[in-house]
Ligand binder design. Structure first.
Ligand SMILES: NC(=O)C1=CN([C@@H]2O[C@H](COP(=O)(O)OP(=O)(O)OC[C@H]3O[C@@H](n4cnc5c(N)ncnc54)[C@H](O)[C@@H]3O)[C@@H](O)[C@H]2O)C=CC1
Ligand SMILES: CCCCC/C=C\C=C\C(=O)C/C=C\C/C=C\CCCC(=O)O
Length: 263
């Protein structure tokens, strides 16, 4: 089954929704989670962390073969009895949405904004309709993967940085939805983590002779496990609605201080 979470210059980016996995008991047990960009990297680790807590996880990724192969592995490991394709009706039951899919800085800068920001907004709006207690839903949590580049400037990736500042501002602005709709919204801001996206960016810096920049990035690397731990912390802790979580080599998991957003 295909659905669309992004547009690239008017061309729809079709996302194959690969599977639903089921696993054993815990606090998040039985909840339905959707992880965009769940086919590899941080998203894959999010899926594993949620499965280990007993959630049912839908992987939404444009790399469908990756998603299918992962779903097979997960099904073996976590004891899935059956495979259920994602449908709009499944979305009706969603409890946790991780808007995580993203791309690095590239020449087609509109694509960066479309995937990194517009798709987060679109996904959030769709999930909110389905989750809202106002519409008879049971509430939920939306975690938007931003970046430390959503808090600090990134001279080597200005459009990427703008997209992530957008995700942070958008997520923070929805902190009133908990009271009105029963939906918590958070942004999670990892520093550099060893994934394909990161490696590709290091390669382009090296190719552009920006060795010093590449060296600095590699020196402050965090693990994708840390990012997944942060995500689980946000899902389980209902006192952190609206907060912007940082994950850095220097301080581990903490929160970005902001003055109150209330007028
Ligand atoms: N790796 C890093 O250093 C950091 C990454 N991030 C963010 O974390 C998120 C995940 O990135 P990584 O795991 O590092 O990258 P990755 O490249 O390893 O994984 C990204 C996944 O998103 C998927 N994807 C891309 N466009 C899509 C679309 N239109 N629809 C559905 N899926 C799509 C890709 O197929 C891929 O499986 C991104 O939003 C990224 O900006 C944030 C901070 C640091
Ligand atoms: C060259 C542009 C690369 C863009 C994509 C590659 C990797 C993405 C990583 C991020 O999302 C950015 C993470 C951090 C950048 C911002 C500040 C770095 C300092 C953070 C710290 O104190 O650890």
């Amino acid at each position: 089954m295909e659905d669309c979470i992004g547009h690239d210059n008017g061309v729809e980016i079709l996302v194959e929704i690969n599977m639903i996995c089921k696993s054993g008991p815990m606090k998040i047990e039985g909840k339905v989670a959707i992880v965009t960009g769940g086919g590899q990297g941080i998203g894959e680790r999010f899926c594993i962390a949620l499965l280990e807590k007993g959630a049912n996880v839908v992987i939404a990724d444009i790399k469908t073969r990756q998603g299918e192969s992962l779903s097979k592995q997960f099904n073996q490991k976590y004891g899935l009895n059956h495979l259920i394709n994602y449908t709009k009706s499944t979305f009706g039951n969603v409890d946790i949405l991780c808007n995580n899919a993203g791309v690095p800085e590239m020449e087609q800068w509109e694509k960066v904004l479309n995937i990194n920001l517009n798709s987060v907004i679109r996904g959030t709006k769709l999930a909110m309709e389905a989750m809202s207690t106002k519409n008879g839903g049971r509430g939920g949590i939306i975690i938007n993967t931003a970046s430390m580049g959503g808090i600090l400037p990134m001279p080597s990736g200005p459009v990427y940085c703008a997209s992530k500042f957008g995700v942070v501002g958008f997520s923070r602005s929805l902190d009133t939805c908990y009271e009105s709709d029963g939906i918590r919204v958070n942004a999670i801001c990892p520093s550099f983590a060893p994934t394909s996206l990161f490696e590709a960016s290091i390669d382009s810096l090296v190719n552009a002779n920006q060795h010093e920049e590449a060296r600095k990035m590699k020196a402050i690397i965090i693990s994708i496990d840390q990012v997944a731990r942060g995500m689980i912390q946000l899902v389980e802790d209902d006192t952190k609605n609206g907060a912007v979580m940082r994950i850095t080599a220097a301080k581990g998991i903490d929160y970005q201080p902001y003055r109150s957003s209330k007028l």
